[in-house]
Every structure is written in structure tokens, then in C-alpha cells.
Design a protein around this ligand. Structure first.
Ligand code: SAH
Length: 361
């Protein structure tokens, strides 16, 4: 069979694999065996799956393949952060980032080649959008990373390129593999999906595969959020907060994490922190302040450390839990909002922008 026509087993979660084996007239318990070989042991060759009889291994070789994206770049930052550039097709490459810390090691995974949401301060948005990643391309990032690093990966964050909730059909099987004891066996609390606030899909994730949720808030009111996170024009804060509250009914954690990028002179004033305290009174949440990571031509600057401390202090004195995200891997453009990969833009998004400060002036 033509390679490309073979079923890529990385595209299938446990249920999908069971169906695959049944369709081939094989016993469904083979699914568990395969899951353990492919995801638990990181095996990529049928020939080495020693407890599967040879005729079945050969049949699998004819019908199926185990194919992750191809690594075309591998960069190590001074702080141990490692970024891979992964080619997903002739025109597109995405990035995955490994972030080792004292007590955990996190993989930041991409969900799309590019992004349609066009948040004002994000370099992925500047690349335009090409397509959704397949389940194999999403889980393939974890599959590859696990084979390449010594440290056990304890956490996954869907915070790479793209809006994961706009690719739920492919994301959900990938999440199920992350959670499956026969695959990666991560707890729901250690898998985080981050969204700019696509409300209907927040409900779908809640119903089909609730994991920890982070929401990219970035502004305390609709007027500013409309400009920074344009999807807010479709799903304003009132609807977003309501969706967060619905999500909490099934979430593995009893709070939503609000990400808030600190942009000098844009969203970092004391008055905005106080407005945020008001907003936060409507939902159980924690705040993760992200110092803005610059990229060429962004038009924004990072708030000073002193300003970030002042802003955090107002939230904390109101009783909120606040962390400031440590900037990791910025020397290799692996920090939040710096992932650009290599996207063949199909949106022809205009690169001519009015800097946000001028809009407000
Ligand atoms: N689309 C999803 C997943 C991306 S997660 C989402 O918006 O949540 C990436 C996180 O980094 C988001 O919170 C995003 O808003 C933030 N981010 C984007 N650009 C950034 C930048 N230049 N500096 C710091 N954080 C940025």
C-alpha cells in the first residue's frame, strides 16, 4: 500500500484503535497492546513489538504506519528550555517547547499551523493561518519529546501555536491519549488547554474531555479586550465568564487560570487591576501574569518588573492568587507568544497594523 494511504496509528485514541483492529478482523484487545508499545514505550517500529505475533506485525506494516512530524530544528536555550521546529507538510512547520523546572517538566504543544484569532500582541497571529493539525501531529509532539528528553514529562499545556478549541475534533482524541493509562497516563489536572475564549467550544470541551482550563483574559473590560483579543467581539466578557462558571462544574480543578499579558501602558494600570478584581469576583480563578515577550514589529513593550509587582499586589490584597510567569527560553524565541513556526498563510492577513497605543491616543 502507498505509505500515505496507510492508517497513521498516532491518529487514533483507544476507541479508534479498537475500531481499527475490529475492521481488520483482529481482536480489540490488540488496541491496548499497541497503545502501550507506541505511547508508553515510544516504539515506532512494528518489527520490535515482541509480544505481537509476526504475521500480525507484518500485516500492520502493510496497513499502518507510526508517523510523527519531522524534526527540522532543535534549539536549546541557556535555561534548559528546548524548542523543536516540526515540519507537518511541505508548506508548514509548527513548534513545541520543553520546559524543565525543579519539580516538573512541561511540554507546550501546538494545535494549529498559524492561528485565525489575530490577538494584537501574539507573533503566531502575525503568521496568519493555514490549517488545523491532525491528532497525529498534536500527540506526535509529545511522542517525539518523550523519546528525546531524559526527564519525564509531567505536564502538557496546549499553549503553543493556534487556538486549540478551534480544532476540537483532532484535539480531543489527542487529549484522551494524554490521559490514557496505557498511553501517557497524565492526570486531568496536569493537562491544560488554553483558550482565547471561544465560548461554545468551552462547553464542548467540558462535556467531552474536561481538563484544566486557562483563559487568555488580558483585559478587564470589553472595550480594551475587543482590541487585544478580537474574538471578544463575538464572545464578550459576560458570556466568557458565564462559560467559565459552566466549565467549573466539571473541571478537574476548582478554579480557572486567567492569563494576563503585561503590556506597558496598555493594560497594566492600577485602575485596570481594580477593575480586574471586580471581574474576578464573579468566578473562582487564579491569575497568571505573563510579562510580554517582544518580537520584531510588535508595537508593544513589556511592563517593568516594578509595575508588574504593583499590579500583582492590588490583586493579591483583594485576596486573589497571582503568579508571575517566569520567562523561559526567550533567547531562542520559545517564550509565550514568540512561536511562529513556518506557516504558509492562507488568510493574506494584512501586516499593516495601527499600534494599539495610537488607537487609544
Ligand atoms: N490560543 C490559545 C493558546 C495560545 S497560549 C490562547 O490564546 O490561550 C499562548 C499564551 O501566550 C496566551 O495566553 C497568549 O495570549 C500569550 N501570548 C501571546 N503572545 C504573547 C507575547 N508576545 N508575550 C507573552 N504572552 C503572549
Amino acid at each position: 500500500m502507498n505509505e500515505a494511504l496507510k492508517q497513521n496509528l498516532l491518529d487514533l485514541d483507544a476507541a479508534g484503535l479498537r475500531r481499527f483492529f475490529e475492521e481488520q478482523g483482529e481482536k480489540p484487545f490488540r488496541a491496548r497492546q499497541l497503545l502501550r508499545w507506541v505511547h508508553h514505550s515510544g516504539e515506532g517500529e512494528f518489527a520490535r513489538m515482541s509480544d505481537i505475533a509476526k504475521p500480525l506485525r507484518e500485516k500492520l506494516g502493510r496497513l499502518a504506519r507510526i508517523e510523527a512530524p519531522r524534526i527540522v530544528g532543535d534549539t536549546l536555550a541557556a535555561d534548559g528550555t528546548r524548542k523543536w521546529l516540526l515540519k507537518v507538510d511541505a508548506g508548514n512547520a509548527v513548534e513545541a517547547v520543553f520546559i524543565p523546572e525543579m519539580n516538573r517538566a512541561t511540554l507546550c504543544v501546538s494545535s494549529q499551523a498559524g492561528c485565525v484569532l489575530d490577538c494584537a500582541f501574539c507573533s503566531t497571529g502575525r503568521q496568519g493561518f493555514n490549517r488545523n493539525l491532525s491528532t497525529a501531529e498534536i500527540i506526535g509532539q509529545l511522542w517525539l519529546a518523550r523519546r528525546l528528553v531524559e526527564t519525564r514529562i509531567t505536564n502538557v499545556v496546549m499553549m503553543g501555536m493556534g487556538e486549540p478549541l478551534l480544532n476540537l475534533d483532532h484535539l480531543i482524541p489527542a487529549l484522551r491519549l494524554m490521559l490514557d493509562d496505557n498511553a501517557y497516563g497524565l492526570s486531568r489536572r496536569r493537562v491544560t488547554v488554553s483558550t482565547a475564549g471561544v465560548v461554545p467550544q468551552m462547553d464542548r470541551l467540558r462535556d467531552e474531555c474536561p481538563v484544566a482550563l486557562a483563559v487568555s483574559l488580558h483585559a478587564p473590560n470589553d472595550e480594551l479586550r475587543d482590541r487585544l483579543v478580537p474574538v471578544n467581539r463575538k464572545y464578550p466578557l459576560r458570556e466568557l465568564i458565564a462559560a467559565c462558571n459552566r466549565y467549573l462544574e466539571k473541571a478537574p480543578r476548582d478554579f480557572i487560570t486567567f492569563e494576563y499579558v503585561m503590556l506597558d501602558g496598555v493594560n497594566d494600570a492600577d485602575a485596570q487591576a481594580r477593575e480586574l478584581v471586580q471581574l474576578a469576583s464573579r468566578i473562582r480563578c487564579k491569575f497568571n501574569l505573563i510579562p510580554f515577550n517582544p518580537f520584531p514589529g510588535s508595537g508593544f513593550e513589556r511592563s517593568s518588573d516594578e509595575r508588574i509587582r504593583g499590579f500583582a499586589g492590588i490583586l493579591q490584597r483583594a485576596g486573589l492568587t497571582v503568579t508571575v510567569r517566569k520567562t523561559r527560553g526567550d533567547d531562542i524565541a520559545a517564550a509565550c507568544g514568540q512561536l511562529a513556526g513556518d506557516v504558509a498563510d492562507r488568510t493574506r492577513r494584512s501586516r499593516a497594523r495601527v499600534p494599539i497605543k495610537e488607537i487609544h491616543a
